[in-house]
Ligand binder design. Sequence first.
Ligand code: SF4
Ligand code: SF4
Length: 482
Amino acid sequence: MNFLEKYREDFKEYDAMERDFIDDELIWQQLNKWENPSKDDVRRVLEKSARLVRLEPEEMAILIQTKDPEMLTEIYALAHKLKREIYGERIVFFAPLYVSDKCANDCVYCGYRCSNLKMHRKTLSMEEITREVEIMIGEGQKRLVMDAGEAPETGIDFICDCLKQIYSVKSKHGEIRRANLNCAPMSREEIRRLKEVGIGTFQVFQETYHHDTYRKVHPTGIKSHYRWRLYSQDRSLDAGADDVGIGALFGLYDWRFEAMGLLYHTMHLEEKYNGVGPHTISFPRIKFATGTPYALNPEYAVSDAEFKRLVAIIRLSVPYTGMILSARESAPLRREVIPLGISQIDAGSRIGVGGYQESAAANAMPDKEQFRLSDTRSLDEAIRETCETGDIPSLCTACYRKGRTGEHFMGIAKSGFVHNFCMPNAICTLKEYLLDYASPETKKAGEAAIQKYLPRISDVKTRQFVDQALRNLENGERDQYI
Ligand code: SF4
Ligand code: SF4
């Protein structure tokens, strides 16, 4: 079957819809209505957020539109508090694995787009994937997100083979324990196959929720179908996927609109799937990419100050959802923004296809990279710094493996109870990292972090578990979690 015809039948479901759940006009009406909210308006919304309740669009609009420095300070303070209440001080680490840069789409902002002749195209063989994964494991990674362009040769068979291959790699110190996927939208049947091979979170970013902009920046290919992409999380949940992630690429359209789009997407999923919203929200900004003039000067570029507001406002609007901050952002900006609500970051990332084998550092192979990374610290450096700044790094993959996914996960995340799993697991996985991979300086900083957080586990049984797990790790056992 012709590649572009692949989903022709599936598209009919969406072409027949009168409207989708993103109403561009309504979003602008809501933003315009609250152009100048009062302090009382803002504080009313903050009071609701403090109760860990997901906000309504007009409430998010109030937070977005306030320019009052005093209110911004209160927004940042509450975002910081909520992050602590739900997830504690832990930051989960992961790394991306790019398996193919071949793509039949022509997204104007992307280095992998088919019309970019400056890109050196490559799809990894299974042997090359094994080597990449061995290197990642050797650096201490336990959790990855697999990325691929959308091309005939990177369809569902290839993706399933890659995931199986990733999970099959066992190295001296362990294995990848959770493989998430960030790739093209799939049909329900394809999602069922992904579930069989043990996919973690299935992420599809809408890029932009604004219909006209979407059309402009996705001129051809399957990706030009807005609703096929918009409803990909629906198909995933219909087909039994446990966790889905959403995201927008900031810089394509007004950041205020995109933030509202993310909220509407969350509400749509919650309403339709018994309260199950997105497991994670991502909000990358457009970055330089080889042969991609659009990325040099995006029309709606988001400043650092706006980005910081965006992160805090998403945290307050959807308190229970994991928030991912990628290494596209610089280390100093990440330091500033992580306390405002971030629960996951990548480190030691290589985003060129074959990058872990070909290079010890990021940004060394621009003709194979989708964009350029700003934070190029190794995992060891990032873990050390996280300890030194008072947080605790985590390589935890426990919820997925314990069946705490979907509705179950939402229940413990919305109540903040998940914190009782996150901290013990952060301590255990950090200890494992320190024993197997850490440099002497990181070992020192990590042990200090463990000593700081261990006494804070107040539940007696949990404390006993962690004490025993730490002894087990010292004695050579691995993979301790609750
Ligand atoms: Fe292909 Fe994704 Fe890049 Fe678009 S953003 S060109 S779909 S890899
Ligand atoms: Fe994530 Fe669950 Fe581990 Fe917490 S306990 S870090 S939510 S996998």
